[in-house]
Design a protein around this ligand. Sequence first.
Ligand SMILES: NC(=O)c1ccc[n+]([C@@H]2O[C@H](COP(=O)([O-])OP(=O)(O)OC[C@H]3O[C@@H](n4cnc5c(N)ncnc54)[C@H](O)[C@@H]3O)[C@@H](O)[C@H]2O)c1
Length: 248
Amino acid sequence: MDFTGRTAIVTGGAKGIGRGCVELIAEHGGNAVIADMNFEMAKTVEDELVKKGLKAKAVQVNVKQVSDIEKMVKTAADTFGSVDILINNAGIFHATPIEDITEEEWDNILAINLKSVFFATQKVLPYMEEQRYGKIVNLSSLAGRNGGIANGMGYAATKAGIVGLTRGFASRLAKYGINVNAVAPGSTDTGILDGLSNSEIDALVKNIPLGRFGKIHEVAAAIVFLCSDDAAFVTGAVLDVNGGMYFG
Ligand SMILES: NC(=O)c1ccc[n+]([C@@H]2O[C@H](COP(=O)([O-])OP(=O)(O)OC[C@H]3O[C@@H](n4cnc5c(N)ncnc54)[C@H](O)[C@@H]3O)[C@@H](O)[C@H]2O)c1
């Protein structure tokens, strides 16, 4: 894989799977834009990469806000001259029982996990359309494929919605040379599952045929492959990376 001259925006890029993608893209020559709500953490990643001679830029964004998304895209283009890759990775998890989900919690998770994917795609489109080149990868989840096990329904709904957005955008944007795919990880060891109890974690692991959680680099590698020209003929796909829990 070679990302030389390519600019990639990774939302939620300061930590977890997003950080894994940022590192891989930068290590393969790309310009990595670390777009995260936590600017301090994003800046630390930028500093570490730049110290290694790699190209990176931290940007503060709350993906809930369309105005922030607009600024994120403009900063990427102003800094590196193009926007070639968008990884819609930022997301939050909840495990709230059906009876306890409030309207506020529902609206919040829908805005962060799903609305952001639509608007980030809308805002990178002018650049990708003009250059007739773009790669977009959206983070779905096993929960979006099978309705989920330990997660709340708001989470499952956003991750299933991402599959619909991925396919809709893939069919509409192919004519501009833009590939749109999704990756649906199963339980991955990033800290996002910290809200779960030990017994919930044990129950999860017991149900994974490969007998363990995924590792950050295993999910990031699948995402970054879909951003590469090696995957130029793949669009509208949902790649399951889940240790055998669901085959699609
Ligand atoms: N870890 C898993 O088991 C798992 C499984 C399936 C899907 N996923 C999906 O993968 C993606 C990344 O998960 P992770 O485990 O690496 O998460 P994480 O919690 O480790 O990191 C998420 C990053 O997103 C940032 N972020 C959160 N809300 C934001 C917002 N509103 N605006 C901007 N940045 C924000 C956080 O600051 C953090 O840096 C998520 O979309 C998640 O739903 C994760």
